[in-house]
Design a binder for this molecule. Structure first.
Ligand SMILES: [Zn+2]
Length: 246
């Protein structure tokens, strides 16, 4: 009996020390330095790669039907998107990206520059390949395209009340796309589309409606052939929205 107690205490001690070690080595949930750090305040008239980085993160804060150009030019549309982002997170909405805005972005972004509530592992299943290979663009481009979609979805998620959004499909190689019956021109092969599933917190129609103000040009949902169990959102140059039952 005494021996069993001693073993129990040893096990408890190991468990406690393991917990302490685990806590000490857990990676930070968000880090400015690990991803990207802005070193100047940006406002209308500014240009540069730091503006591009900002645009990627506020591209989901556009107006209805708008698509923010990711062009490194801080014009009126970028200013308006920054204002909406600021109000969305309870900051003073002046359209100027300074420390408060950057801190909000840092709080939202992970070390790999994806937003807090989405990660590459949700988008790169690719029929089990878990990579961005075999599409219509290079793996690096597909990965970057998906990252932009994630930031748009982060905005959509926040606007719909911070409820989880389930991603059922993201990037697909050409062969994966045909295996799952995707369209021969599917944006999924470019990393320019994502499917949002029924396990999501918001309803299908809430996601479909909200996506119209999150910078998506292709939005398909309930009532569109083959889209009764998910909402398809995508980035392209022309608009095609359809969900007859929403
Ligand atoms: Zn789709």
């Amino acid at each position: 009996m005494r021996r069993r107690l001693a073993l129990l205490f040893t096990a408890l001690a190991l468990a406690v020390s393991g917990m302490v070690v685990g806590a000490a080595t857990a990676p930070p949930t968000a880090s400015a330095d690990a991803c990207y750090t802005w070193d100047r305040t940006l406002q209308r008239g500014a240009s540069g790669s730091d503006v591009t980085q900002l645009q990627i993160r506020v591209a989901g804060w556009v107006s209805y039907g708008e698509n923010l150009a990711i062009d490194g030019q801080y014009g009126p549309a970028t200013e308006a998107a920054v204002k909406r982002f600021q109000s969305g997170y309870g900051l003073a909405a002046d359209g100027v990206a300074g420390p408060q805005t950057y801190n909000q972005i840092y709080a939202l972004q992970d070390a790999d520059c994806t937003p807090a509530h989405f990660s590459h592992s949700e988008f790169n299943d690719n029929c089990g390949a878990n990579n961005y290979q075999g599409g219509k663009v290079s793996a690096a481009t597909a990965r970057e395209n998906i990252k932009r979609i994630m930031w748009q979805l982060e905005a959509l998620r926040h606007k719909l009340g911070d409820r989880p959004i389930a991603v059922t499909s993201g990037f697909r190689s050409v062969s994966c796309n045909s295996a799952v019956g995707g369209s021969s021109t599917s944006l999924h092969m470019y990393g320019q589309a994502a499917d949002l599933g029924l396990a999501s917190g918001p309803s299908q129609c809430e996601m479909w409606s909200g996506a119209r103000s999150a910078g998506f040009e292709e939005i398909l949902g309930q009532g569109y052939p083959g889209h009764n169990d998910h909402v398809h959102v995508g980035n392209k140059s022309s608009r095609f929205w359809s969900a007859p039952n929403c």
